[in-house]
Design a protein around this ligand. Structure first.
Ligand SMILES: C[S@@+](CC[C@H](N)C(=O)[O-])C[C@H]1O[C@@H](n2cnc3c(N)ncnc32)[C@H](O)[C@@H]1O
Length: 454
C-alpha cells in the first residue's frame, strides 16, 4: 500500500467521527465515503503505522441502506455526514457507537444501551446555524458552510436542509448585499479583512428570529442599509445584532455586541416555559429534541419535593428552571457571564424563585464554601464535549450526592467519566441515546448514576 496506489476495499463499519472503516493487512483504513457492506475503490491520502486515510474514488457495490441524499451539497458539505444512509441505519450506528465507547473506553460493557430515541423531524430541525464568510484565491467572496475536512474552505450554500427556508434566504440576501457593497471578507490565514460569520437563530416554537453578524473589530459599513434590507425582505426577523471580535480563533463568538434592531434576544419555549436566548449564549440547537432529552432525564432522576438540586454547566438555566417546581431548591453553575445573566432573567420571567446561579468554572466553584453550603441531594451535569475536568469530577464526587444525572454530547468522554464515577461507588443500569441531529455524526445521551454506599 503506498500513497499513489488505488485499491479495492470492503467497508465494514462507521467510525465515531462519521468516517467509513475497512481493513487492509491488519491496518485500519478511514474513508471519507462508503457505507458498511459496500465495496469501494479508494485512493490512500495519508498513511501512519497503524492506520491510513483514504478518499473513495468509486462505489463498486452499493449496500441496501444507501439512499439518494436530498441535499445538492451532500458531496462537499462538512455538516451532514450520513444523508446517503437510511435514517433507521443512522440510528443503529449511533446506538452501536455508544455501546462501543462504553466497552472500549470505559470497560463498561455491562451497561445497557436503551433504544435510541429518534428525532421527530429529520430535516429543518436546527434553531441555530453558523455560516462563514470566505475569500477565494481568485478574490471571489463566499458565504456558506465548510467544505468537508477543510477549516479554511467554504462553499456557497444555496439550500441547507437543517434549519429552514427562511435561513437559506437570509444567507443569500446577506451574501448578495455584502458582495455588492464590497465589504472586505476576513482571511483566516493572514487575519486581514472584516466579515467573519453570519449566525441565524430561529426560535422554532415562538417564531422569533435573531440575525447575528460577526466581524473583526470596527464599525459595520453600510449599517443602516444592511438593517433596512433585512427588515424589508424578512419581516419575520425580530432582532439583529453585530458582534465584533479581535480573536484569531475561528469561532462565531463576539467580544462586544451592538444591537442594530430589536432588543438583542429571542425567546424559545421548552417544557411549557419560555427562555431568552442571546447571540452568544448556549441553547440546545434542536428545541423539540431538547424537550425529549430533558423529559427522559427527569423521568430517570425523579426529583423529589424536599431535594436540593445542583445544575452544573447550566447554560441559560433551562434544566434547573424546569426542574425547580419539582424540588425544594436549585443551584446552577456556569462559566459564561452572559448566560448567567440570562439564566437569572429566565428564572424571574418564569416566576421561579427557588433557584440561584453562580458564575465561574465548575472545578473552582466546587471548592467554594458559599457555593457548597447546604449540600446537594442530586446533581445534574451537562458538560461540553470535553466532559468533566478531573478536578471537577473529584470535587463533585466528594459532595456524595445520592443521584447524578449525566447528560452528554460525547459518548467517549461520557464513558471515561462514567468509569470514574462508578469506581467511587455509584451504579448505572442503562444509558439512553437521543438523536438530536439526524444525518450528522453527533450523539447525545443521558444516564443516571445512583450512590451504592448508603
Ligand atoms: C452542553 S452546554 C449545557 C447547557 C445547559 N445545560 C442546557 O441544556 O441548555 C455546556 C455549558 O457548559 C458551559 N461550560 C463549559 N465549560 C465550563 C466550565 N469549566 N465551568 C462552567 N461552565 C462551563 C458552557 O458555557 C455551556 O453553557
Amino acid at each position: 500500500m503506498n500513497d499513489r496506489k488505488e485499491i479495492e476495499l470492503d467497508i465494514t463499519d462507521l467510525a465515531f467521527d462519521g468516517k467509513a472503516v475497512g481493513h487492509i493487512d491488519g491496518k485500519v483504513i478511514f474513508c471519507d465515503g462508503g457505507l458498511p457492506g459496500e465495496r469501494v475503490r479508494i485512493k490512500i491520502t495519508r498513511t501512519k503505522p497503524r492506520f491510513a486515510n483514504a478518499r473513495v474514488e468509486e462505489i463498486l457495490t452499493r449496500c441496501d441502506d444507501r439512499i439518494d441524499p436530498v441535499c445538492e451539497h451532500d458531496h462537499q458539505c462538512g455538516g451532514c455526514t450520513w444523508q446517503d444512509l437510511k435514517y433507521e441505519r443512522q440510528l443503529q450506528c449511533k446506538q452501536e457507537q455508544v455501546a462501543a465507547c462504553l466497552k472500549h473506553i470505559g470497560g463498561l460493557d455491562h451497561i445497557e444501551v436503551a433504544d435510541i430515541v429518534p428525532a421527530a423531524k429529520q430535516f429543518y430541525y436546527r434553531n441555530k446555524m453558523e455560516f462563514s464568510f470566505h475569500l477565494t484565491e481568485d478574490g471571489e467572496s463566499r458565504l456558506g458552510l465548510h467544505r468537508r475536512g477543510h477549516f479554511d474552505d467554504i462553499f456557497d450554500i444555496h439550500h441547507c436542509h437543517l434549519q429552514s427556508e427562511f435561513s437559506n434566504k437570509v444567507v443569500k440576501a446577506v451574501r448578495d448585499f455584502t458582495a455588492e457593497k464590497e465589504i472586505p471578507v476576513y482571511n483566516v490565514h493572514d487575519h486581514s479583512g472584516y466579515l467573519r460569520f453570519l449566525v441565524v437563530r430561529e426560535a422554532k416554537r415562538t417564531g422569533q428570529n435573531l440575525i447575528n453578524l460577526v466581524t473583526a473589530r470596527g464599525e459595520l459599513p453600510n449599517k443602516d442599509e444592511f438593517v433596512a434590507m433585512l427588515c424589508e425582505q424578512f419581516p419575520e426577523i425580530t432582532t439583529i445584532v453585530h458582534n465584533e471580535t479581535g480573536s484569531k480563533a475561528n469561532i462565531a463568538v463576539g467580544e462586544s455586541e451592538t444591537i442594530l434592531f430589536g432588543d438583542g434576544s429571542i425567546e424559545e419555549e421548552v417544557c411549557g416555559l419560555r427562555f431568552r436566548i442571546m447571540a452568544n449564549s448556549f441553547f440546545q440547537t434542536n428545541s423539540d429534541q431538547a424537550e425529549v432529552l430533558y423529559n427522559i432525564g427527569f423521568d430517570l432522576l425523579k426529583p423529589e419535593v424536599g431535594e436540593r438540586l445542583l445544575d452544573l454547566y447550566c447554560g441559560t438555566g433551562t434544566i434547573g428552571i424546569i426542574a425547580a417546581s419539582r424540588v425544594a431548591e436549585v443551584v446552577g453553575a456556569e462559566l459564561v457571564t452572559d448566560a448567567i445573566r440570562v439564566a437569572r432573567e429566565n428564572a424571574t420571567a418564569n416566576n421561579v424563585e427557588n433557584i440561584s446561579f453562580f458564575e465561574g468554572n465548575v472545578k473552582d466553584l466546587l471548592k467554594q464554601d458559599e457555593f457548597l453550603s447546604g449540600g446537594f441531594d442530586s446533581i445534574i451535569i451537562d458538560p461540553p464535549r470535553a466532559g468533566l475536568h478531573p478536578k471537577a469530577l473529584r470535587r463533585m464526587l466528594r459532595l456524595n450526592p445520592g443521584k447524578i444525572l449525566y447528560i452528554s454530547c460525547n459518548p467517549a468522554t461520557f464513558a471515561r467519566d462514567a468509569k470514574e464515577i462508578i469506581d467511587q461507588k455509584y451504579s448505572i443500569d442503562s444509558v439512553t441515546p437521543v438523536d438530536m441531529f439526524p444525518h450528522t455524526k453527533h450523539i447525545e445521551l443521558v444516564g443516571l448514576f445512583t450512590r451504592t454506599n448508603g
